[in-house]
Design a protein around this ligand. Structure first.
Ligand code: UGA
Length: 434
């Protein structure tokens, strides 16, 4: 099929690359010409495993192209994916200005038969609003569908290739047919397709993220309780998570959730609940608990050091999770700012994050290597669970630090191994090996 993808951020670029890899002809559009220049070289403007290979192959085969002229991208498109960013706005759901600006350009240019698919995460009710705003474009059955995306950064290509479900929120039989046709080369069983109304598709997307976020807040508060009672959260997590109705996934305690999706989607669903007079108090509590969790860890650091002022701390990890260079809404970044604000002499290392404009360079130094920068440090904090941290030369690091104390704010390291390396180990609700 001939596909146009408007907005080449994390969702749009992965979609474009994977659709091309599956044999479709894809033209991507973005307003940022610098970004397009990088993509044309077969490189992703952000870090995402496997994506560069797919981009290079798509460009080489001619099945993938990118342009900044929107009309050129839309001319022959049978199906148009709107994937522009809907960034967080003041903790109250997303800012939709880019979304409406893009919709305002795309709808008039699109052919009347082209199917318009909303891939951007938009608040509940937005697809209906779009249909209303542009009612004049389609005399009968608007070929519009809300098809939310469930990919995770860091495993985006795999997630896109193997979706757990394809939710298709539409009133239009032609839109439903076309979306299913796009996914034909993915060879998905029929039960993976979930046709529904747009409002249901939007609710499913927000509810899925909100449920996972609430699960994490539950885990964090439970781990904090374990810490107070001297119980071991690892054991509690295993015991609770072994119940298949609960499951172990997303029960990892630590610094809390972040990124560009969970906090924003949770806030958006809370707002929808308020507006509909159906308050989502569980989600309100989950969001509040998440805001407190970074403070909990900062307090733990304060206790360990006997006050933060002037203490030399090295923090490993700044991104909101591993396998990404994204620091939007990152609890690790928030922790670094808090520690620095409270007077710690802080140096931070991250395998992928490179400073742009978050002002991080003004509050802490960036390290090129934890080994080089650990000498004389009072405390080491692990703030993002990068897998390569397992393989650091921990003995060497412990030996060089002034006080070999490790605060594992992601509960990722092996306690016995860290004790053997010479550390006093503190986790979030984990019982240390002494
Ligand atoms: C999340 C969802 O998992 C995707 O399904 C969804 O498509 C995406 O949001 C989106 O709406 O675009 P993502 O933000 O990439 O994906 O990352 P996750 O792997 O879900 O992690 C989110 C946050 O939760 C991270 O800060 C992570 O460190 C934290 N987390 C995760 C925990 O603190 N504990 C856990 O047990 C799991």
């Amino acid at each position: 099929m001939k596909i146009a993808v408007v907005g080449l951020g994390h969702t749009g670029l992965v979609a474009a690359a994977v659709f091309a890899e599956r044999g479709h002809t894809v033209i991507g559009h973005d307003i940022e010409s610098d970004k397009l220049a990088v993509i044309r070289e077969g490189r992703s403007p952000f870090y995402e495993p496997r994506l560069n290979d797919l981009l290079a192959e798509g460009l080489r085969s001619g099945r993938l192209a990118v342009h900044d002229e929107l009309d050129r991208c839309l001319t022959d498109a049978e199906i148009i994916f709107l994937a522009v960013g809907t960034p967080a706005a003041n903790g109250d759901g997303p800012n939709l200005s880019e979304f409406w600006a893009a919709a305002g350009q795309v709808v008039p240019l699109a052919s009347i038969d082209a199917v318009l698919v909303l891939k951007s995460t938009v608040p509940v009710g937005t697809t209906d609003e779009l249909i209303d705003r542009f009612r004049g474009k389609w005399p009968n059955d608007p070929p519009v569908a809300a098809v939310p995306e469930f990919l995770r950064q860091g495993s985006a290509v795999d997630d896109f290739l193997k979706p757990d479900r394809v939710v298709i929120g539409t009133y239009s039989t032609s839109a439903l047919k076309s979306v299913k046709q796009v996914y034909t080369p993915f060879i998905l069983p029929e039960e993976k397709f979930l046709p529904c109304a747009p409002v249901e598709a939007e609710l499913i997307k927000h509810a899925a993220n909100s449920f996972l976020a609430a699960k994490i807040s539950f885990a964090n508060e439970l781990a904090n309780l374990c810490g107070k009672l001297g119980a071991d959260y690892d054991l509690v997590q295993t015991g609770v998570g072994s119940d298949p109705r609960i499951g172990r996934k997303f029960l990892n305690a630590g610094l809390g959730f972040g990124g560009s999706c969970f906090p924003k989607d949770l806030a958006a669903l809370i707002k929808t609940g308020h507006e509909a007079d159906a308050r989502q108090t569980v989600l309100e509590a989950a969001l509040a608990a998440n805001r407190r969790q970074v403070e909990q860890v900062a307090m733990l650091a304060d206790e360990i050091c006997g006050g933060l002022r002037g203490k030399k701390i090295i923090q490993l990890g700044l991104t909101y999770k591993p396998d990404t260079d994204d620091v939007r809404g990152s609890p690790a970044m928030e922790l670094a700012f808090l520690l620095a604000q409270r007077g710690a002499d802080l140096i931070c290392y991250d395998p992928e994050y490179r400073p742009t404009d978050v002002g991080s360079d003004r509050v802490f130094q960036l390290s090129d290597s934890p080994v080089t920068d650990c000498p004389g440090r009072d405390l080491l904090i692990v703030a993002t669970e990068w897998p390569q941290f397992h393989d650091l030369p921990w003995e060497q690091i412990a030996e060089k630090m002034k006080n070999p104390i490790l605060l594992d704010a992601r509960n990722m390291l092996n306690l016995t191994r860290m004790a053997a390396a010479g550390f006093r180990y503190v986790g979030v609700g984990r019982r240390s090996a002494q």
